[in-house]
Design a protein around this ligand. Structure first.
Ligand code: ADP
Length: 449
């Protein structure tokens, strides 16, 4: 096993990785920008190295600085967390070239899945069901019009290098197609430096259901069930739960097996997530994330498996610690993403935390790097805490979530805690009756008073 792991991230996920390492007897190296000198991950790690100024481009995305830090600290391995360099195939390759272990999938798999056109092609080859759409990129308006009329409007134009919903447009009819494709291309070019786009049928009221997978890199693979991440605002997840209120055990086992076989065929290594849209009882693959997800704790809660420990074990060449038959799904878990944002306008609200009290008690988990007096820097993502509750069933989990949100105190910055409190009182949410469109409609109604 590794003696020392460098954590190339910040915030709650840097703490999450640190915790798994410490519990495995591994020492940790934190890296940080000058803006994060007094951050919790820096305080807790065994060693800390400053890698640059506040801007993420110059620090958490600064590959030479991170590699130098790993060499100076003599780290055996690097864990990238999520975001930042976690899905950067070039970084993974550079890490490996320096004889440092990359705690993540084969760089080739990261590259393949990072290009969505290539990912869809691979998914089709692996036998996964796809959203109907263009066979690869669309290169002309004529071709786009042809595909769109075959699959029927509305259609969605998406960026091959897309992420976070950018470069994505709904096209209602043929007349607006050329203009919207041009817009999507321009947006994609600006955001990703690649204006390759493709077309997909626009599903009207799907749910977002994703499967957690793990591979040993040699053809062994398991699935750890699904997460329902349909509650989204601007394609960003807000609240996630496992299991999905829309699936039964039979559908889970059936789809889980299809996904597991795909991951095995790919000889995938480490943690991954296969994302699907689910409508009228059918699954449609949209993408694969080749990293740990923000919402991984709900899977940990219902399976009892420590996903970060599993990532580290696989990277160290150990076999998966569980077989598919040993994985049991029990109870229900819900995660609320708490952001330092105005709960009505969603504008960022960084600044000093004047009072902090995290909820506790049975089956309540808070993953957060906040502490009393901490100053939330304005340079990074606004996620400041994840509250995860577990219950014997969905209703128990909801009752516990209500209680935990009530206890949560974060004074200073504005947070989205009140939003979650209102959300979980909604009868449709309580019934589990929601699609990916639901939250935006709910927010619009709320804004209208
Ligand atoms: P990104 O990588 O930009 O986040 P995804 O392909 O993961 O893009 O899609 C993000 C979200 O956009 C999905 O969770 C879903 O809400 C919506 N979406 C994507 N594809 C479709 C589709 N074909 N029809 C309807 N909604 C879609």
């Amino acid at each position: 096993m590794f003696g020392k792991v460098l954590i190339a991230n910040r915030g709650e996920i840097a703490l999450r990785v640190h915790r798994a390492c410490r519990e495995m007897g591994i020492r940790t190296v934190a890296v940080h920008s000058t803006a994060d000198a007094d951050a919790m991950h820096v305080r807790l790690a065994d060693e800390a190295i400053c890698i640059g100024p506040p801007s993420a481009t110059d620090s958490y995305l600064n590959i030479p600085a991170i590699i130098s830090a790993a060499e100076i600290a003599q780290a055996d391995a690097i864990h990238p967390g999520y975001g930042f360099l976690s899905e950067n195939a070039r970084f993974a390759e550079i890490v490996e070239k320096h004889k440092i272990v990359w705690i993540g999938p084969d760089p080739e798999h990261i590259r393949k899945m990072g290009d969505k056109v290539e990912a869809k092609r691979t998914a089709a080859m692996l036998g996964l069901p796809l959203v109907p759409g263009s066979d690869g990129p669309v290169t002309s308006n004529e071709e786009a019009l042809q595909v769109a009329s075959e699959i029927g409007y509305p259609v969605l134009v998406k960026a091959a290098s897309g992420g976070g919903g950018r470069g994505m447009k709904v096209i209602p009819d043929a007349a607006s197609l050329p203009g919207l494709i041009a817009q999507a291309k321009a947006e994609a070019k600006a955001a990703f430096g690649d204006d390759t786009v493709y077309i997909e049928k626009y599903l009207s009221e799907p749910r977002h259901i994703e499967f957690q997978v793990f591979g040993d890199g040699k053809g062994g693979a398991v699935h750890m069930g699904e997460r329902d991440c349909s509650l989204q605002r601007r394609h960003q997840k807000v609240l996630e739960e496992a299991p999905s209120p829309a699936l039964n055990a039979e559908t889970r086992a059936e789809m889980g097996e299809i996904v597991r076989q795909a991951v095995a065929k790919l000889k995938y290594r480490g943690a991954g997530t296969m994302e699907f849209l689910y409508e009228d009882g059918k699954f449609y693959f949209i993408e694969m994330n080749t990293r740990l997800q923000v919402e991984h704790p709900v899977t940990e809660a219902v399976t009892g498996i420590d996903l970060v420990r599993e990532q580290i074990r696989v990277a160290a060449g150990l076999p998966l610690s569980v077989t598919q038959e040993q994985i049991r799904f029990e109870g229900h878990a819900i995660e609320c993403r708490i952001n330092a944002e105005d709960p009505a306008t969603f504008s960022p609200s960084p600044g000093r935390v004047t009072d902090f009290h995290a909820p506790g008690g049975l089956h309540v988990r808070v993953d957060s790097a906040l502490y009393d007096g901490y100053r939330i820097p304005p340079y990074y993502d606004s996620l400041i805490a994840k509250l995860i509750v577990y219950g014997a069933n969905r209703n128990d989990a909801l009752m516990r979530l209500r209680r935990a949100l009530e206890e949560f105190v974060i004074h200073g910055p504005k947070t989205t805690i009140p939003l979650h409190q209102a959300l979980i009182e909604d009868p449709e949410f309580i019934d589990g009756e929601y699609s990916i469109k639901w939250l935006e409609r709910w927010l619009a109604k709320r804004a209208a008073g």
